[in-house]
Design a protein around this ligand. Structure first.
Ligand SMILES: [Zn+2]
Ligand SMILES: [Zn+2]
Length: 252
């Protein structure tokens, strides 16, 4: 067991989590050539985050310094628009994002993810505006379905994963995580045969959706990374007028 009050042990645990994500992205990039580009970019992003995580303390100013490796990586390796944004990045955006003043900011989220996780695992209050995640106020970027309902995965337990601090929490299977809708008739699921583990869980009431990844047949996926294999589902959902609750690693 990790002694969570030991800052070095917690920092190591965040580093390991980043490295696990990187390893999964690398593995998937070899398996799914169509998605290799975003997966290779994500792999490097996770390695830059691991670098940042090695230097974390509870101090926000230190976290801003440490996150430079993430911004520099995106500036050098990111898709062109994001790379340009990274080259002009001013670190006061990090403070604004932390304070909830920015709706969505891919770079600030990526830069501060290790720090948010570090504080949460150390049991330090994050002092951010309230939101779906009870630890950091962040929103879930993906859901996981696990076994528990026998061969029919509709009986699976469902949990949401915070995009910022990586907290995972359970959610009743029939409930919209955005607006709380519980009428099954208003909560359609969409899937495509080419992505058997992924599913779009939409809400007709608020038009939000969350993508879920089935872990009941294969426990190896990391939902937030495996997400990148099925971006065609997101493009389809956007075309239908649904909005993803919180963009994933591809920024969709
Ligand atoms: Zn969180
Ligand atoms: Zn809803």
């Amino acid at each position: 067991m990790i002694e969570k009050s030991d800052p070095r042990a917690v920092s190591q645990s965040v580093v390991r989590a980043c490295e696990e994500r990187a390893a999964r992205a690398s593995e998937l990039a070899g398996l799914f050539t169509a998605a290799a580009e975003p997966l290779r970019f994500a792999e490097g992003l996770f390695r830059a985050q691991a670098d940042a995580a090695r230097r974390l303390t509870p101090d926000f100013a230190k976290a801003v310094e440490a996150s430079r490796s993430v911004i520099d990586y995106v500036a050098a390796q990111g898709p062109s628009a994001l790379a340009a944004d990274a080259r002009g990045f001013q670190s006061d955006r990090l403070r604004a994002y932390w304070g909830g003043m920015l709706e969505f900011d891919y770079l600030s989220r990526a830069a501060l993810q290790p720090y948010a996780r570090f504080l949460r695992e150390r049991g330090i209050a994050l002092e951010r505006p309230e939101g779906p995640c009870s630890a950091c106020g962040g929103a879930p970027w993906i859901a996981a379905r696990r076994g528990g309902g026998g061969p029919n995965s509709d009986g699976s337990a469902r949990s949401l994963l915070c995009a910022f601090c990586a907290l995972e929490w359970q959610l009743p299977r029939i409930r919209c995580p955005a607006c709380g809708e519980e009428d099954p008739g208003k909560l359609p699921n969409y899937a495509a045969p080419e992505h058997p583990a992924a599913r779009i869980e939409a809400c007709e009431t608020c038009r939000a959706y969350v993508k879920s990844i089935d872990l009941s047949k294969d426990a190896r996926p990391l939902p937030e990374v495996d997400d990148l294999v099925s971006l065609s589902l997101d493009l389809w959902a956007l075309e239908q007028g649904f909005t993803r609750l919180e963009p994933g690693l591809a920024g969709l």
